[in-house]
Design a protein around this ligand. Structure first.
Ligand code: KIV
Ligand code: ZN
Length: 511
């Protein structure tokens, strides 16, 4: 029988460590449900000791997810492990993931601990975790720069203490594929009880090698890969789930194992994560970029029309791009709308959410003739944002923009239920709108990023805007979509202001 490759998704934990990607409890639950629908084996939901908010998020995910294992991260400290155990109390299947650094530089400079002390702490941590669950994962942080002999010693000790998964992180993305694959092979050969645990890998993308390193590890016996949707994660990110899953599936001639992922849920998951975090997917991103299956050159188009396999190694619909992308229009009814959402793997929580989304769909259909699947995804993300408790709400926006005249904006918002308005000039209509919003809110935040993508093609397409604001060391991303890009921009700015207003401080697990 073919071996199973376990997929461990850490979008909600390492992915959330991307600057600006922090998520609310409701957002995490929404993503977790989509990961479960996609049949991810393990969902790392967060780091409960980081903050009360993160504890509540992990608990909320553990309370509702039944098909996937829910995992909580904990440093090798008794208090962290206790919090992780408490957050997972209601999980159908719960895992504690504990870690301590093992590289010379981390032990000496960060932990100020000797190698003997690190081994002792790692063993204690695994034993503490085993009081809460039989499913315990251990990571020697910065394994990619650790001494392999020392790794063998720590890993054998934690297996004896009860660890069932050994995760080998290339924390700083330093390794090369051949080297990292060989490390996994060597550890499996040299650790006496290596067959008593599943070997896992967790690769960062600092050199753009996270996926290549993970796949090299799989070819050397790793049977769990830790990854994130769209490759989100600390610094340059983690290995992208969609790339790992599709590489293994497409090259079954090479890999002796396969995942249990429902690949048709990949694109919906990608869109959901992009919408919630505000991290737009680059158009040429493998698998989930809008151009991933688009053929521009005449020779390619001709080849694909004659035989798809001439230039395509995967089918777009197998990863969730639908074959029939023009779906609904002005005359489509509520049932057709609901049915199409279901086909796209979008489940709305309540009738109220469906009604809200349908009303927005009708508004959009008045402005735009053809409604594509991409529009539906954006509309539903917008709807979910609208259902979140909002401190600021955009009521109306009026902009004047004329050649030779200074652009001007007038904006009305609700702040905590009270209507407030302001006007401002600007260098363009977007600048004027943001200045008018700041005249009301006075957030003092720095605008770090402003980007516009069209969701589909054509001048009637919706523009999807991402705004990144930074204030007092916190960074948030806001998103907004509309056929009018100035309105989309104002929505995105207000979304980011709401995030700045609502999100709690959280500690970083690796600091
Ligand atoms: O990159 C890393 O080392 C981590 C560990 C906590 C597994 O994220
Ligand atoms: Zn990491």
């Amino acid at each position: 029988m073919q071996e199973k490759l376990f997929i461990f998704d850490t979008t909600l934990r390492d992915g959330e460590q991307s600057p600006g990607a922090s998520m609310t409890r409701e957002e995490k639950v929404r993503i977790a449900k989509q990961l479960e629908r996609m049949r991810v084996d393990v969902i790392e939901a967060g780091f409960p000791a980081a903050s009360n908010g993160d504890f509540e998020s992990v608990k909320a995910v553990a309370d509702v997810i039944r098909e996937s294992t829910v995992c909580a991260l904990a440093r090798a400290l008794e208090r962290d492990i206790e919090r992780a155990g408490e957050a997972l109390a209601n999980a159908g299947s719960g895992r504690i993931h504990t870690f301590i650094a093992t590289s010379p530089i981390h032990m000496e400079k960060k932990l100020r601990m000797s190698p003997d002390q690190v081994v002792e702490q790692a063993v204690k941590a695994v034993k503490w975790a085993r009081k809460y669950t039989d499913d315990v994962e251990f990571s020697p942080e910065d394994a990619g720069r650790s001494d392999p002999d020392f790794l063998c010693r720590v890993l054998q000790a934690v297996i004896e203490a009860g660890a069932t998964t050994l995760n080998i992180p290339d924390t700083v993305g330093y390794n090369l594929p051949e080297q990292f694959g060989a490390l996994i092979g060597r550890l499996r050969e040299r650790i006496p009880d290596s067959d008593k645990a599943v070997f896992s890998v967790h690769c960062h993308n600092d050199l753009g090698l996270a996926v290549a390193n993970s796949l090299a590890a799989v070819l050397n016996g790793a049977r769990q890969v830790e990854c994130t949707i769209n490759g989100l994660g600390e610094r340059a990110g983690n290995a992208a789930l969609e790339e790992i899953v599709m590489a293994v599936r497409t090259r079954q001639d090479i890999f002796p194992c396969d995942t249990g992922i429902d690949t048709t849920q990949i694109v919906p998951a990608s869109r959901l994560v992009a919408g919630i975090t505000g991290f737009a997917v680059q158009p040429n991103k493998a698998i989930v970029g809008i151009n991933a299956f688009a053929h521009e050159s005449g020779i390619h188009q001709d080849g694909v029309l004659k035989s798809r396999e001439t230039y395509e190694i995967m089918r777009a619909q197998d990863v969730g791009w639908s074959a029939n992308r023009m779906v609904l229009g002005k005359h489509s009814g509520r049932n057709a709308f609901r049915a199409r959402l279901r086909e796209l793997g979008i489940e709305l929580e309540s009738e109220e959410a469906l009604n809200g989304a349908f009303a927005r769909f009708k508004d959009l259909a008045d402005k735009k003739h053809d409604i594509f699947d991409e529009d539906l995804h954006a509309l539903v993300s917008d709807e979910a944002a609208a259902l979140e408790p909002e401190h600021f709400k955009l009521v109306s926006l009026k902009v004047c923009s004329e050649t030779g005249e200074i652009p001007h904006a007038r904006v009305v918002i609700l702040e905590g239920g009270a209507e407030r308005q302001a006007e401002s000039d600007g260098s363009g209509p977007v600048d004027a709108s943001f200045k008018a919003l700041e005249a009301i809110v006075a957030s003092g935040a720095e605008l770090q990023l402003y980007s516009v993508n069209n969701i589909t093609s054509g001048t009637d397409a919706q523009g999807e805007v991402t705004v990144r604001l930074a204030k007092a060391g916190r960074i948030v991303n806001g998103q907004g979509a509309d056929t009018d890009i100035v309105v989309a921009s104002a929505k995105a700015y207000v979304h980011a202001l709401n995030k700045l207003h609502s999100k709690l401080e959280r500690a970083h697990p690796q600091v």
